[in-house]
Design a protein around this ligand. Structure first.
Ligand code: ATP
Length: 200
């Protein structure tokens, strides 16, 4: 079994690539979704978040007080503290998931995350796949998908790494500047390369 990370900027096409992998049998873990789950289910994460951002981080019913966390973490430039709590928990859970997948005889386990190469190449993934796209296309796609303004998108993009600079850390780069079908085809081809190559 191999583990792969799929990363890239907002609207670059990461999820589309992962959906194709899933169709072919890969087990994909979406880091954002897993993080959201752990923030309400993992007691260690809950305790650390309360300690760092205050008890108001959770409503009395145990649900996340998103507006409080946005105010405390994002508007006060404390995102790194949030990431330092959530990311290690995501990595740990991904390891658990991968171990279970291996026992089940699965061939490919994938972690999809925009923040994957911020501290260099992660040691727990066999292969890194970077999805790159022209900036204008990314903006156009996200505008269509999320109905958000162009300035919101560019503000989010400007907080992300310059993914083109991260190509030396990737084993495979998928350029997504053509049609959706072309991207899906590239993903399917890569899936077959991955499951038929010995890594490590
Ligand atoms: P985010 O980080 O914002 O979640 P992402 O990198 O996961 O984005 P996707 O969700 O795969 O990106 O793609 C963004 C949108 O653009 C989706 O609606 C997807 O269907 C569409 N899209 C992706 N690639 C193409 C393409 N080549 N042509 C047309 N539409 C595309």
């Amino acid at each position: 079994m191999i583990t792969a990370g799929v990363t890239g900027g907002i609207g670059s096409g990461k999820t589309t690539v992962c959906r194709e992998f899933e169709k072919l049998g890969a087990h994909v873990v979406y880091a954002d979704d897993l993080a959201k789950e752990l923030m309400v289910q993992n007691q260690d994460v809950i305790n650390q978040l309360k300690k760092t951002f205050g008890n108001e981080t959770y409503h009395t019913d145990g649900s996340l007080n998103k507006s409080h966390l946005i105010r405390e973490a994002f508007e006060k430039e404390r995102v790194e503290e949030l990431n330092n709590i959530v990311h290690p928990a995501v990595r740990k859970e991904f390891r658990n998931i991968s171990q279970k997948s291996e026992k089940r005889g699965e061939k490919l386990v994938v972690k999809e995350a925009a923040l994957l190469l911020n501290n260099g190449r992660p040691g727990d993934l066999d292969v890194i796949i970077l999805v790159l796209s022209n900036r204008e296309l990314q903006v156009e796609r996200v505008k269509k998908r999320d109905r958000v303004t162009e300035s919101d998108i560019t503000a989010r993009m400007n907080k992300q790494p310059v993914f083109e600079d991260l190509t030396p850390l990737a084993d495979y780069v998928i350029y997504n500047n053509g049609s959706l079908e072309e991207l899906q085809k590239k993903a399917r081809e890569l899936y077959h390369v991955l499951v038929h190559t010995e890594f490590g």
